[in-house]
Structures are given as structure tokens and as C-alpha cells.
Design a protein around this ligand. Structure first.
Ligand code: DLL
Length: 435
């Protein structure tokens, strides 16, 4: 039996969701126009007044916001309410340029935690669960978001934060964690470490994992599910819209339901900005319908995906987004060919390798180079040169078939690629350093 955290909203017929969105958007645009000078200027420049927005169909008249706007308006320029009404900030994990700082009123935190609670219940969570949160706590939204959602569901919450894998495992085994929340790359690392310590998948009490914050493939999902003996659910979100829980997977595991009562989603052509019809691939754009402190309208996420309104067997009526196929700015253009790191991950896992790899792109003699470092497991490792060369050749051919270009494969010894405790850094693009 499918369970919901807020069944009256999660299974609301689409027409009713639409009515709710229409009411909220009128109020929200007025709120932003009156309180956020930065956005008011953008609307004035475009000649749009709050009265022009009568329903979500009119959202397309509004100007976009991008990361560049957030930088320009940093830190307070997009604040939608008096600072005295704000109770929290969170910030992006970005390492370059100015970080994004998002503000929250108590109302904003409540709605965000509700979204996370919906995700936990969709993964089978109840007040009998032990929810082990090892997303980072602090400025990153992962830990605080899932922590709040877990409290709302009534789970026993373990606020582990990331790192110290031995301690994670000790608590997990001693306290009988049943739901694991972390990045997929960290989940894979926990699985690997459990196996090294001699535990079998059935030795732990975990039943589900809620993994997101970075791209991961279906092959990675299967690998994690096997190594931990769980069902692995995807969760999506970004600091700019609140954090994790903007969208989450249900038992069907075919796309993530977007919490449409709070976030209106559009797919646009990233080049022209034109809104694309349902089912077409493009850049995901969000309008927050009822956030008070950081009410972004038409925020361009740079995440590329597809939306579908096809009926879902779980009974939820909210639109589903496909797994983001990498950010538009993550896509590598190598010798003129578009390469997504996820394609590389798919080939590696299908060919029986571990998810420990690193992609290095560089430029030599005016031509791009693509090197993929792939770690061998202990049983794959061989000190016979001929055997390693043969493996490298097979993998190079499989990559060429998928990518359209041939990379240089380097098979490296077990435990030589650094493990990630948060978002994994898979790609090093050295061309950016030379430019
Ligand atoms: O990563 C929020 C989050 C925390 C989501 C925990 C899920 C779980 P940011 O650090 O602002 O926020 O990064 C947001 O991460 O635009 C995507 O490119 C990427 N991302 C987030 N979730 C997924 C996912 C958090 N499930 C950026 N699949 C987003 C692929 C994801 N990419």
C-alpha cells in the first residue's frame, strides 16, 4: 500500500493543483514586485506588471533569473522580506565565485521540511524508522533538509553529517539504521567499506536510501542497491529553491515527482529561452510559488531534463522530472563531440568496473584529450601487463561506441582514487586552466 505524507496534496487531481498554483502565483508576483527591487527592475525593463500575471500560463511573460543575477544581487538583493523575519541561511557548496546565499523564514523552512518528509514517506519511512542522515550539515542544504523531514515523519533521526566512515558504520550497525540519506557516491563508498569489514548486505537493517545532490546513473543505482541490500530512491533539489525535496522518487522509480504546490516547473530551450512542450528535453526552470524570504521567479537551474504528466502507479499526481542528464555547463565538448560524464559512468559499470573513476580533459597541440582513470577492484587487479592492456582495449572500444570518440583509459590499482563523502568531483577540465 502506497503511503503519503500529505495525501490531500500529493494525490490532488491535476486541475486542482493548477487552481492552487494560479492562486499562489498572483500573490507571489505581487509579493516579489513590492519587496524585491532587483526583480521589480527586471519586470519593469520587460514591461510586465503584476496585474499581467493572472495564472501560471502567464509565467512565461516574466523575466528569467540566473546564477549571474544571484551573484550580482549578493547577498541581500533578492531578499523578499525584512531580515527580522528570517531565521536561517543556507548556502551552496560551490567553490568558485561568490556562493549563493538563500534565506528562510520559519514558514519557508516548514514547507521545505514537508517536501523532504514527503520524500522519506515515499521511500517507505514511518515513525518506526531509524533515519541515518550523512549528507553534510551546516551551510549545505542536504543535512538540515533531510534532518527536518525525518523529524516531521517521526523517524529516530541520526544527524551524522558526512565523513568518518568507520563511525557511520558503527552507528548504522549498533542502532539499526533503516534509511540512509547521503550522496550516491558516498553510499557506494559505505557499501564498499561494509564489504571490506566482512559484512554482507543482509547484515545491516537498511531498507531504503535517499540519494541525490549529484548526477548518478541507473547502473550506479543497481550497484548501490546490491551492495547495501536496499531500494535506492533519487531526490533532487537546489539551494536556490530551498534544498533537497523539490522533487523525489516514489516506489515506481520512474522519474521524480516535483512538489508542484510549491514549485512551478518549466522546460525551456537553453539557447532561446523558449518554453518547450511536455516531453521535450531542455533546461529546468523553477518558480517558487509561496516562499517568503527567497522567492525566486523563473530561476534557470541549468539542469537538463524532461517532464512528464503520464499517470504514475503510486497515485501521486504531481508532474515527474527525469534524472537530470547533467547540467548544461557540465556537458563536456571534446573535439566537438558532446560528452556527458553519466555516459562514461554507464559504460564503466556495465563493463563490471567500480564507480571509482576520474575524468581528465586537457588540450595538447590544439586538440582535446580525454583521459579516464578507472580503479580496478582487488579481483580485477593483475600484475600481468598483457592482461591489463587487453582490459584497457576492451574498455576503450566500449567507450568509443557510446561516446563517439575514443578516450585514453588508465586502469589503476585498487584504492588509488580518492573516495567522496559529499558531492564527488568526477571531472577535471584542465582546458579551463589554460584559457
Ligand atoms: O545539492 C541539494 C540537495 C541535497 C539535493 C541533498 C538532493 C539531496 P546544491 O548544492 O545547490 O543543492 O546543488 C544543486 O545539484 O542544480 C543539480 O545540478 C545537482 N543535483 C541535485 N540533486 C540531484 C539529483 C543540493 N538527484 C545542484 N540528480 C542541482 C542529479 C542533482 N543532480
Amino acid at each position: 500500500m502506497e503511503r503519503y505524507y500529505q495525501p490531500e496534496i500529493e494525490t490532488l487531481p491535476y486541475e486542482k493543483i493548477r487552481e492552487m498554483q494560479n492562486e499562489k502565483i498572483v500573490k507571489q508576483v505581487k509579493h516579489v514586485y513590492e519587496n524585491v527591487a532587483y526583480y521589480r527592475n527586471l519586470m519593469d525593463e520587460k514591461g510586465v506588471k503584476p496585474e499581467d500575471i493572472k495564472s501560471v500560463d502567464d509565467i512565461k511573460k516574466l523575466p528569467f533569473l540566473s546564477k549571474a543575477d544571484l551573484r550580482e544581487a549578493y547577498p541581500y538583493g533578492l531578499l523578499g522580506t525584512d531580515l527580522k523575519n528570517c531565521v536561517r541561511i543556507q548556502s551552496t557548496s560551490g567553490t568558485t565565485g561568490k556562493r549563493v546565499v538563500a534565506f528562510y523564514t520559519q514558514h519557508d523552512i516548514d514547507l521545505w521540511e514537508d517536501c523532504c518528509a514527503r520524500a522519506i514517506v515515499a521511500a517507505g519511512g514511518t515513525n518506526e524508522d531509524v533515519c541515518h542522515v550523512c549528507y553534510g550539515y551546516g551551510l549545505f542544504t542536504g543535512g538540515p533538509g533531510l534532518n527536518g523531514g525525518s523529524h516531521k515523519v517521526g523517524c529516530l533521526t541520526l544527524p551524522m553529517s558526512s565523513g568518518n566512515t568507520d563511525r557511520q558504520i558503527q552507528f548504522m550497525m549498533d542502532l539499526g539504521s533503516t534509511i540512509l540519506c547521503c550522496t550516491p557516491s558516498y553510499a557506494a563508498y559505505i557499501g564498499e567499506t561494509l564489504a571490506e569489514k566482512g559484512y554482507k548486505p543482509e547484515d545491516n537493517k537498511l531498507k531504503a536510501g535517499i540519494f541525490g545532490a549529484e548526477p548518478w546513473t541507473e547502473e550506479m543505482r543497481r550497484q548501490i542497491e546490491k551492495s547495501l541490500g536496499i531500494k535506492a530512491y533519487d531526490i533532487y533539489g537546489l539551494t536556490e529553491t530551498s534544498g533537497p525535496g523539490v522533487a523525489f522518487e516514489c516506489s515506481e522509480q520512474r522519474g521524480m515527482h516535483i512538489n508542484e504546490d510549491h514549485f512551478y516547473a518549466e522546460i525551456i530551450d537553453p539557447e532561446t529561452g523558449e518554453v518547450l512542450p511536455e516531453g521535450e528535453k531542455g533546461e529546468l526552470v523553477f518558480t517558487s510559488l509561496d516562499k517568503e524570504a527567497f522567492p525566486l521567479l523563473r530561476y534557470r537551474t541549468r539542469d537538463i531534463c524532461v517532464l512528464t504528466r503520464e499517470k504514475c502507479s503510486c497515485g501521486r499526481t504531481h508532474v515527474r522530472m527525469s534524472k537530470p542528464m547533467g547540467r548544461s555547463d557540465d556537458m563536456l565538448i571534446i573535439r566537438g563531440v558532446n560528452v556527458f560524464p553519466s555516459q562514461i559512468e554507464t559504460v564503466l559499470l556495465n563493463e563490471g568496473y567500480t564507480p571509482n573513476y576520474q575524468i581528465v580533459v586537457d588540450r595538447e597541440n590544439n586538440s582535446d584529450t580525454l583521459d579516464i582513470y578507472v580503479e580496478l577492484s582487488a579481483d580485477q587487479f593483475s600484475d600481468k601487463m598483457a592482461e591489463t592492456q587487453k582490459r584497457e582495449k576492451v574498455l576503450t572500444d566500449a567507450m568509443r561506441a557510446m561516446l563517439g570518440i575514443g578516450p585514453k583509459i588508465h586502469l589503476v590499482a585498487p584504492k588509488t582514487i580518492v573516495r567522496s563523502e559529499g558531492k564527488a568531483v568526477r571531472v577535471i577540465d584542465k582546458r579551463k586552466l589554460h584559457d
